[in-house]
Ligand binder design. Structure first.
Ligand code: GAL
Ligand code: MG
Length: 971
């Protein structure tokens, strides 16, 4: 009997092992069969009852056990329960004895229920939530269901509290229930507490007069503060049980929020507003404890979500630990609570298997019973990826009747499964209700739909189906991802009926492990010898398993921010500020503005305090200097909004929103002044090599690689000049590199075309000298399996006496190559060039289809800092809209200035390093700096699960030009 902490997953304590699968089951058996080898944990501990408990009813609550729980007390069988994500309660009273009691639990990993707990996550094991005993009187408050509903006009509110009594013996009359409502300051709001007798015994009453042993009490509440994610105002209901002698024998409380959820015309209405769902899906995951989630870590998650302007969370895919809902009530997050039911591997089977009917009904109804008092819950979800069948309709019927105050969500019902799989003559299915799954879902909630299909749905405006569309999952955040998030948001905001959604997913499910030499990394499927597995498909969070935000989260924050800013007229300094909130004005925010000309702040100031109402705009006139820009300058107005005072989720000063507005269009490429160089320059040819020497620099060229080495004084600056580059360390969206090649994925096509093996042939070096400048030209041909002339690469170098090199590249991409990873050049710089500055979008990495969180400015950092530790190493660190990028050593700076905006990055990893690595700890930074300058890089898209990049973010066949200057300056 070794000791194991409770709560814990035994799989995180050296027993059995974590096992990750997505759709497939971890074993190859048909329901309800499970392997004979079935990990089972036996727990035992003793306890003594506290003084005064011996005449009371004592209940054991086990918050969650994966997966089947059996309980014995003092050698007697007490009961069992299934559902890994809900509590099980056992009345221990008849089994207790004075002195020491021995409690034993057995937790069995695999059961018939495993087939309906097939969510995409680690299979763990053990008692992973809190266990506690509580005591009540023998007659006790069995349940309280409190509803706090604003009236039609949102002026006053109605409180309705239904209290059910439980009896350890036969039900008896004589009990009363007393109820009072308190505000947060503890002030009683009802002049008199509600006091009602409970009819428990029906022998002397007409049995037709309503349910026994329960009472519903109602009261009007004048002008309550409403609850919303923006203003999570809570009240407390206290319910007391009064004996026939008038003694209060027991009291309980719960918090309520006055708010109303209704289905409107193509809208889910929260307090009458079609609130845009800025949501995320959240699994319960901790990189060290697995499924054991502390309250502190929940607060970390909630604060992060709120700080990133997220207003909703789907409890994917099971009821969470109870504290989560308390915190969502308190901090203000809209929650879709989800039944613990997924049968992905047997999608169409379990939902029509009568042996599982009661499990469907029980899982859904037990969730509702546990969580119904939470203001934060705006809908009940019937589960995830379990097809759609009669078992769902049964569950839906029960939930609707238990809690008519909330709508239902179920993605599976909005498919056409029932038409395909139900053995009913076609004609009967003309009934629109059964066709469209309206019995089981009040919203259309697809996962990963392409944007054009959303728009088509919204425009069709079906008069027969007025449900809104709220995506249950979209923008799969696996690795470097969330391409086109802005295109989704543009669609949501433009088309009535589209009401946002929940991006997939909040955090990576990496588990912290260490290499032999003690370096930490995040493990994923297969790292524990767990087979079969789905590799790193569980690392698809918008934050890492350690909760470090991925760049995609900043993108989301920017797109869903509550304040929008637009020019009315730049010349007069007038801007329009839009309040995108639903309920609150903007008076909690303070605004600042800055005019940046060519990357430097030219003027700045504060905005007046704004009381802009929700949905309204305010016009502000800024005292901008005149003229704002001069010929040839580039200017932006940056407007930022921060919390003026502390909020529950962030301190004063926390930035909530920003907008960068261009004042002028990007400048035309400046005509290159002819250098009036009188500095000496010599050109030496030696067969297929050439050397250009100036007063303090030297440049060498070859027919194999064009420009090779550049030295300045006695410093080596460039080790290798611009080399044709079309490859990148594939992102998970390009294709999951550890999996067998997936058809249709970009990576598969690239590998088939041999893009990773492209060879660039030797050309003919042409040199000339004229007007104090040397010109070197080389044409090279890049060949790969798919095309002998895949890319023709023309590069010309004009070298001046002052050391400036003007590079002009033309790329002719063969028509067979329609979708390249990137197109540009890579230069290799000496190790010392670790310092980095750039003028372009930053400070975070940006890509053509994910650049809204990056603004245009001058940024400084180091090359090593550009690394983004995606759990699976892959392309990262890109910068878009570059005006220039500069690398710095302690002695020198080398600046690359493109003639037109380009993309680029600086890194110590080559694409092949990233591609070869399986974990972050496999990566070893090179002792050299690689500078990538790209005409364009492929966007990111979300093809690991969902649509690939849109056409406009592709780099395909055609002729492209990339021209840039290289200047070496003293540091
Ligand atoms: C969905 C599913 C999620 C997760 C996601 C991919 O199909 O509902 O649980 O598997 O895809 O990461
Ligand atoms: Mg699934």
């Amino acid at each position: 009997w070794p000791t194991l902490p409770v709560p814990s997953n035994w799989t995180m304590h050296g027993y059995d092992r974590p096992h990750y699968t997505n759709v497939q089951m971890p074993f190859d058996l048909a329901p309800p069969n499970v392997p004979d080898d079935n990990p089972t944990g036996l727990y035992r501990r003793t306890f003594e009852l506290p003084a005064g408990w011996d005449s009371r009813r004592v209940v054991l609550n086990v918050g969650g056990a994966e997966s089947v729980l059996y309980v014995w007390l003092n050698g007697q069988a007490v009961g069992m329960g299934k559902d890994s994500r809900l509590p099980h309660e056992f009345d221990l009273t008849p089994f207790l004895k004075a002195g020491e009691n021995l409690l034993c639990c057995a937790v069995v990993k695999w059961s018939d229920a495993t087939f309906i707990e097939d969510q995409d996550q680690w299979w763990m094991g053990g008692i992973h939530r809190e266990v506690f005993l509580y005591a009540t009187t023998k007659t006790y408050i069995a349940d309280v269901f409190a509803l706090a509903t604003p009236d039609e006009g949102f002026q006053d509110g109605a409180l309705s509290v239904t209290t059910k009594l439980g009896f350890s013996g036969p039900p008896i009359n004589g009990w009363s229930v007393q109820t009072q409502l308190f505000d947060l300051e503890g002030r009683a709001l009802l002049d008199e507490p509600l006091l009602d007798r409970v009819r428990a015994d029906n022998r002397r009453h007409n049995p037709y007069r309503g349910p026994l042993s329960q009472v519903t009490q109602t009261a009007r509440v004048a002008a309550p503060l409403l609850w919303s994610s923006e203003a999570p105002n809570l009240y407390t209901v206290v319910v007391s049980l009064i004996s026939s002698e008038g003694d209060v024998v027991e009291s309980t409380s719960c918090r309520v929020g006055f708010r109303r959820i209704e289905m409107g015309d193509r809208a889910l209405l929260i307090n009458g507003k079609a609130v845009m769902i800025r949501g995320v899906n959240r699994h319960e995951h901790d990189p060290v404890t697995g499924k054991v989630i502390s309250r502190e870590s929940m607060i970390v998650d909630i604060k992060l979500m709120k700080q990133f302007n997220i207003n909703a969370v789907r409890a994917s895919h099971y009821p969470n630990a109870e504290a989560w809902y308390d915190l969502c009530d308190e901090y203000g997050l809209y929650v879709i609570d989800e039944t613990n039911l997924e049968s992905h591997a047997f999608l169409h089977t379990m939902c029509r298997d009568p042996r599982y009917l009661s499990q469907f009904v029980e899982r859904g109804s037990r969730m509702v019973e546990r969580d119904k008092n939470h203001a934060c819950i705006i809908a009940w979800s019937l589960g995830n990826e379990s097809g759609y069948g009669p078992n769902h309709d049964a569950m839906a019927g029960v939930i609707r009747a238990l809690d008519p105050s909330r709508p239902l969500h179920y993605e599976g019902a909005t498919w056409v499964w029932n038409e395909v799989y139900t053995p009913i003559p076609k004609g009967l299915l003309e009934d629109p209700i059964s066709r469209s799954g309206m019995r089981a879902s009040d919203m259309i909630c697809p996962m990963y739909p392409p944007i054009d299909s959303l728009v088509a749905w919204a425009q069709a405006d079906d008069p027969g189906d007025r449900r809104p569309m709220i995506l249950c999952e979209y923008s799969h955040a696996m690795g470097n991802s969330n391409g086109s998030l802005s295109d989704y948001w543009a669609a949501f905001e433009a088309h009535p009926g589209l009401q946002g959604g929940f991006m997939w997913e909040w955090c990576d499910h990496g588990l912290t492990q260490h290499t032999a030499d003690g370096r930490a990394y995040f493990a994923y499927g297969g790292d524990f010898g767990d087979t079969p597995n789905d590799l790193n498909f569980c690392c698809d969070g918008i934050v890492g398993a350690d909760r470090v935000p991925h760049p995609g989260l900043w993108e989301l924050k920017t797109l869903v921010q509550p304040v929008g800013v637009r020019w009315i007229e730049a010349a007069t300094g007038q801007i329009e500020v839009l309040n995108k909130r639903d309920f609150a004005d903007l008076s909690d925010l303070s605004g600042t503005w800055a005019l940046e000309v060519d990357g430097e702040v030219a003027a700045h100031g504060e905005l007046p305090s704004l009381t802009t109402l929700p949905g309204a705009v305010s016009v502000v006139r800024l005292p901008l200097p005149r003229p704002i820009v001069f010929e040839g300058q580039e200017a932006f107005l940056m407007v930022r909004f921060a919390l003026a005072g502390d909020a529950g989720y962030a301190p004063a000063g926390h930035e909530v929103a920003w907008s960068q507005l261009p004042v002028s269009l990007p400048t035309k490429p400046k005509a290159r002044a002819k250098p009036v160089s009188v500095m000496p320059l010599t050109l030496k040819r030696n067969g297929e090599r050439a050397v250009v020497t100036g007063r303090d620099f030297e440049l060498s060229f070859s027919a194999d690689s064009g420009m090779e080495q550049m030295t300045r004084g006695n410093h080596l600056v460039i080790i290798l000049g611009p080399q044709l580059q079309i490859w990148r360390g594939a992102t998970d969206n390009d294709g999951i590199k550890g999996m067998p090649r997936q058809a249709e994925k970009a990576l598969t096509k690239w590998l088939e075309a041999g893009l990773d093996q492209m060879t660039v042939g030797r050309g003919r070096l042409e040199t000339s000298q004229e007007d104090g400048q040397v010109t070197v030209h080389l044409r090279q041909v890049g060949s790969c399996g798919a095309a002998e002339h895949a890319v023709i690469f023309d590069h010309t170098y004009v070298i001046s006496g002052d050391g400036r090199v003007q590079v002009d590249c033309t790329f002719y991409v063969d028509s067979v190559l329609s979708d390249l990873p990137r197109l540009g050049v890579t230069l290799t710089l000496a190790d010392e060039f670790e310092g980095l500055e750039w003028f372009g979008r930053g400070p975070l990495e940006s890509y053509s289809d994910r650049k809204h969180a990056a603004w245009v400015g001058k940024f400084a950092g180091t090359v090593s800092d550009q690394y983004v530790p995606y759990a699976m190493p892959q392309e990262h660190g890109n910068k878009t809209d570059l005006r220039w990028i500069e690398l710095r050593s302690p002695d020198l700076a080398v600046r690359f200035s493109p003639s037109a905006l380009c993309e680029g990055s600086a890194s110590r990893f080559a694409p092949q390093d990233l591609f070869a690595a399986k974990h972050t700890t496999d990566l070893a930074p090179r002792k050299e700096v690689r500078v990538n300058l790209d005409v364009a890089q492929r966007g990111l898209g979300t093809a690991s699960c969902g649509p690939d990049i849109l056409e406009q973010y592709r780099v395909g066949a055609g002729t492209y030009r990339l021209a840039f200057d290289i200047d070496v300056l003293g540091a």
